[in-house]
Design a protein around this ligand. Structure first.
Ligand code: FRU
Length: 326
C-alpha cells in the first residue's frame, strides 16, 4: 500500500439514530485511523430513502474511489446502487442489502439464520406450544425481511404455536408499544416476545414492568450491544430473557475496502458470526466485551496522543523552517 496515494471512501449510512449505528461508525473510524491516506466522507440519511439516494449521488459526484452503503430500504435504494456499481466504483453493502447482485461485496451477519435461531430458541423454551408476539423491524429493510422469513419458516412447523405481529420499524418511527399494549389488554396469555431488535425488546419490557408486572412474559431481542444501555447488560440484569448478537461489521467493512482498493484478493460475501446470549453465557460475553471495550478506549487515547504529537511536530518543523529563512 503506497502511503502517498490519496483514497476517498464514501459511506452512506441509513440512520444514526441508535447506539448500534453509533457503534458501527466508531468501529469504522478506529479502523480508518490506521490509514492516513484515506479521506472519509460520511452522510447520514436519517431513515429517509429519498435523502439517501440524493446523498449517494452527491457523494459520487464529489469524487469517490469506493462507496460503502447501508441501504435504508432495499427496493428504493437498489437502482442508485446499481448505477454506482456499473459506473465502475466498487460498492460494499453493509448490514442491509439491496435487491440486486450488482455490488462488489457484502459485510454482515446472516439475518435469515438469526430469525431461525430465535424461532428454535422459542420453540424449545415453550415446548412446541404457546402464544408468541413478534415485534417487527422496518418492513422494506432486508434484515427485517430475512429475520421474519427465517422465523416464520421455522415456527410454522409447529401448529400449536401462534404468532401475533406488531409493527415496530426498528423503534425509530414507532416502537410498537401501543399495539403491544392492545394485544396484552385483550389477552395476557402470551408466553414470549421476539422483538427484531433490542430497542423494541426493551420498549416491550418497559410496558410489561409498568402495566403487567405479574405476567411471566419472556422477551427476546437482537443486537446484543456491549455497554450500560446494550442488550448484553439487559440480559445480565434479567430485563431481557435473551438477545442474539448482531455484529455491526464497521471495522470489517473498512478492512475490506482497503483490500479492494489495493487490489488484494477478497470475498464477495463476508458473513459475520452470531450467537444467542442468555443467562447461560451472558457473564462470559460481558467479561469479553468489557475487555475489548477497554482495549478500544486505550487505542482511542493512543490515537489522540499520536495526533497531538504530530501537531506539535508540525508546528515545530514550521517554526524551524521559518527560522531558517530569517
Ligand atoms: C440499527 C438497527 C439494528 C438492527 C439493524 C438492522 O439501526 O435497527 O437495531 O439490528 O439496524 O439493519
Amino acid at each position: 500500500e503506497s502511503p502517498e496515494k490519496e483514497l476517498v471512501i464514501g459511506f452512506s449510512q441509513c440512520t444514526t439514530y441508535d447506539d448500534w449505528r453509533k457503534a458501527m461508525d466508531q468501529e469504522m473510524r478506529r479502523e480508518l485511523s490506521f490509514h492516513e491516506n484515506v479521506h472519509f466522507k460520511f452522510r447520514d440519511a436519517s431513515g429517509n430513502n429519498d435523502l439517501q439516494i440524493q446523498q449517494i449521488r452527491e457523494l459520487v459526484k464529489s469524487g469517490l474511489d469506493l462507496l460503502i452503503v447501508s441501504p435504508n430500504e432495499a427496493e428504493p435504494i437498489t437502482p442508485v446502487v446499481e448505477e454506482v456499481f456499473e459506473s465502475g466504483i466498487p460498492v460494499i453493502l453493509l448490514d442491509r442489502k439491496t435487491n440486486s447482485n450488482l455490488y462488489t461485496a457484502f459485510v454482515g451477519a446472516d439475518n435469515y439464520q438469526i430469525g431461525q435461531m430465535a424461532a428454535q430458541y422459542i420453540v424449545r423454551y415453550v415446548n412446541g406450544k404457546g402464544h408468541i408476539i413478534e415485534i417487527k423491524g422496518l418492513s422494506g429493510s432486508t434484515p427485517f425481511i430475512e429475520r421474519h422469513q427465517g422465523f416464520k419458516q421455522t415456527i410454522q412447523q409447529f401448529p400449536d404455536i401462534q404468532v401475533s405481529p406488531v409493527e415496530g420499524d426498528w423503534g425509530v418511527k414507532r416502537d410498537g408499544k401501543a399495539a403491544f399494549i392492545q394485544l396484552l389488554e385483550k389477552d395476557q396469555d402470551y408466553d414470549m416476545v421476539f422483538a427484531h431488535n433490542d430497542i423494541l425488546a426493551i420498549a416491550a419490557q418497559k410496558v410489561q414492568a409498568e402495566s403487567y408486572p405479574s405476567s411471566n412474559l419472556k422477551i427476546m431481542g437482537v443486537d446484543g450491544l456491549p455497554g450500560p444501555r446494550g442488550g448484553i447488560q439487559y440480559v445480565s440484569d434479567g430485563l431481557l430473557h435473551a438477545t442474539i448478537l448482531y455484529p455491526t461489521g464497521g471495522d470489517k467493512a473498512i478492512q475490506l475496502a482497503m483490500d479492494i482498493l489495493n487490489n488484494r484478493s477478497f470475498q464477495k460475501e463476508n458473513i459475520l458470526k452470531t450467537t444467542v446470549i442468555d443467562s447461560s453465557n451472558v457473564d462470559v460475553m460481558k467479561n469479553y466485551t468489557h475487555e475489548i471495550r477497554s482495549m478500544e478506549s486505550d487505542m482511542d487515547r493512543m490515537e489522540q496522543k499520536i495526533q497531538e504529537q504530530l501537531e506539535i511536530f508540525t508546528t515545530q518543523r514550521n517554526l524551524l523552517y521559518t527560522l531558517s529563512l530569517l
